[in-house]
Design a protein around this ligand. Structure first.
Ligand code: WT7
Length: 653
């Protein structure tokens, strides 16, 4: 990385004030920033009182051994009790917790009282299988209610869970089972994906043949697809409906220390073995509960919340399971994909359940843009009042499309920046307070300290770019990398002394608002300028013919790197002359950002390579642009995408 700050090219002038009614009744007002600024730890101590503690904490933060934090260390609580039982005790047992919508159209409405019985039975079942507090349980399930029940059952008995996304292979599953030394695996025969039943249990069978998995005593199997001829290992495999259903639905939750491990979740990263991110109980639940209340302005008695992530990602952990349920929310849980059986499926679900708050990812918004405005227009989306985005920088054009075509040009859009490591939302507008700017996550939440620094760790002035850092510990921060304290120090705390380095490029605009510019590995160096892939992509997406873009820097003898752009055209724009289209887009980028950011090459493609959580894999596109053999493609959703892209390429070399 050169010493020069990241280029700061994009100008965005559009502003959207919070709707007056929302602002008047908002859960959190501007006063929260003042309060947290005056007494940051006092602010978090107050948020911890959102929870029910068996022993109230008297300590807030112990930072005597950085970077190892302890929050609320002398407090004791049960996380599952906080997410389920206390609502029932407060007379809310008949409130629906989960509206489950299976991909084939099967549905279940589960109240808090039912959830309490289901979680109690599952906790008793795990206990019967010999699971004790501290034992790790691997969960490899589709998006079905049993996934939520399993997580809460683990939390209830103090057994840290480790979810492995159902789309991952036997290899990925085995690595994670070995690293966490899991004792039990909870899985299903299969799940529904794109109209078909896909198998899960065979991947578990295969994973358990690998060395290092010998400590797995039991495999608990949910029947979801009714798959016949399932291989079965007697003495190890047990059906959920045999074991769980016969348990008592009474179970007394035990309190654990605030720092008791709640879960491990693996992030793949670009190199090396996956990192087991460790989260603990009291601080995590405090921040997740508060951020869900503040950022989504959640009113549990009237809102219907829907986070479209998979429970296998941190977004699902925090904003399907622990945030909404700790706040007593009613929410939607959807098993399938947005385009099964048709491209309006999500909007149909919003209409059916009267969803009021929707939380999704830019990749899904750009896909909906590509499919066309007429699709959401067929559904009644008038129940929506807040829209959220997470996972990647959201291009201003996609942000505006989301607000206009999903939110009737009326709902605030909150772009929330955070990571698996941060556990919960860190930087985001507040829907009743912040005047929003398309494409910017804007401000650290009350109680969160974030800034942008240059190579020498100096805070950059407004209007400049650099690296995003977090300057104070926060309650839901990761506590370490499972089994590897040194890697935890090296990865996050060594680049800038005493500060957490997030790995993202960012800039502060003239108002001091933060814009995320993508992973620092994705920044390009062109003729001495650092240019962010995100900004060039956003400029391309602001052209009416472009639905989605991925930009990489390819080695170039003249300019160090040359910008190479892969674009997906909007329906209707494809099929023209590629040469003149490329010229048109180049001119458009030059006008938006300046001539230095003009892509040297522009290639229209049908699809882009994405990870299973929806992030574009620029590394593979760089391989293509530099005519290299492709690197590891195993985390791609669909590896045939790369064949299609390469087939386009003779002209590009
Ligand atoms: C990385 C973390 C946070 C849950 C889902 C992803 C990128 C995330 C934003 C945003 C720009 C974002 C960052 C971050 N990212 N949200 N609103 N704007 N970038 O969790 O898989 O741990 O990925 O996602 O690059 O570091 P994750």
């Amino acid at each position: 990385m050169s010493n020069e700050s990241l280029a700061n090219l994009l100008k965005e002038e559009r502003r959207f004030a919070p709707p007056a009614v929302l602002a008047a009744e908002a859960n959190v007002t501007a006063q929260a920033y003042e309060q947290a600024k005056a007494d940051r730890l006092g602010f978090w101590a107050e948020q911890a009182r959102r929870l029910s503690w068996e022993t109230e904490p008297t300590e807030t933060l112990d930072w005597s051994n950085p970077p190892f934090a302890k929050w609320f260390a002398d407090g004791r609580l049960n996380v599952a009790y906080n997410c389920v039982d206390r609502h029932v005790e407060n007379g809310l047992g008949e409130r629906v917790a989960l509206y489950f919508e299976g991909e084939p159209g099967d549905t279940r409405a589960i109240t808090y009282a039912e959830l309490q019985r289901e979680v109690s039975k599952a906790a008793n079942a795990l206990t019967e299988l010999g699971v004790r507090a501290g034992d790790r349980v691997a969960i490899y399930l589709p998006m079905i209610p049993e996934a939520v029940v399993s997580m809460l059952a683990c939390a209830r008995i103090g057994a840290p869970h480790s979810l492995v996304f159902g789309g991952f292979s036997a290899d990925a599953l085995a690595t994670r089972i070995v690293d966490a030394d899991a004792r039990v695996v909870i899985t299903a025969d299969g799940g529904y994906r794109r109209g078909k039943a896909s198998l899960l249990k065979p991947a578990v069978d295969e994973a358990l043949t690998r060395p290092g998995t010998e400590n797995v005593r039991s495999v608990l199997v949910v029947r979801r697809t009714g798959q016949e001829d399932l291989a079965w290992t007697e003495g190890r495999d047990v059906w959920w409906h045999d074991l769980v259903e016969r348990q008592s639905d009474q179970h007394t939750p035990e309190a654990f220390d605030a720092e008791h491990p709640l879960f491990i979740l693996y992030t793949s990263g670009t190199t090396g073995k996956p990192k087991g991110i460790l989260h603990t109980s009291g601080g995590y639940l405090t921040q997740i509960s508060y951020t869900h209340h503040a950022v989504f302005d959640l009113k549990p008695e009237s809102d219907v919340f829907w986070c479209t992530a998979d429970v296998g990602w941190v977004t699902g952990h925090s904003y399907i399971v622990y945030g909404p349920l700790s706040n007593g929310a009613t929410e939607v849980l959807y098993e399938g994909t947005p385009d099964t059986p048709h491209q309006g499926r999500w909007w149909e679900i919003v209409q059916k359940y009267g969803v009021t708050v929707l939380y999704t990812a830019p990749t899904a918004i750009r896909a909906a843009m590509k499919w066309g405005d007429d699709i959401p227009a067929k559904f009644d989306l008038s129940s929506l009042r807040i829209l959220g985005s997470v996972g990647e920088p959201i291009n201003p054009e996609a942000w505006v499309w989301y607000r206009k075509h999903i939110g009737a040009d009326r709902t605030p859009v909150v772009d929330t920046w955070w990571q698996t490591e941060t556990g919960g939302i860190m930087i985001s507008p507040l829907p009743g307070v912040t005047e929003t700017k398309p494409g910017s996550a804007q401000v650290p939440l009350p109680g969160i300290a974030a800034t942008v620094v240059d190579d020498e760790a100096r805070e950059v002035p407004d209007g400049h770019g650099g690296y995003l850092v977090l300057t104070e510990p926060w309650p839901s921060m990761l506590r370490t990398i499972w089994g590897d304290d040194q890697r935890y120090r090296d990865t996050y705390w060594s680049r800038f002394e005493g500060r957490y380095f997030a790995g993202d490029g960012a800039k502060k605009d003239d108002d001091g608002d933060i814009w995320l510019l993508g992973r620092v590995d994705d920044v390009m160096l062109v003729s001495g300028h650092n240019i962010s892939t995100t900004e060039v992509e956003s400029a391309l997406v602001s052209h009416p013919k472009v639905a989605e873009a991925a930009v990489v820097g390819a080695t170039d003898p003249q300019t160090t790197q040359a910008i190479c752009a892969f674009v997906i055209l909007r329906s209707g724009a494809a099929g023209g002359d590629e040469q003149s289209l490329a010229e048109e887009l180049r001119a458009h980028v030059a006008k938006q950002l300046g001539p230095i950011a003009k892509p040297k090459r522009i290639l229209p493609v049908a699809e882009l390579p994405k990870t299973r959580s929806g992030k574009i894999m620029r590394r593979l596109l760089r391989d293509v642009a530099e005519n290299r053999t492709l690197g590891d493609v195993t985390t791609l959703t669909d590896s045939s995408v790369m064949d299609l892209i390469q087939a386009k390429l003779p002209s590009a070399s």
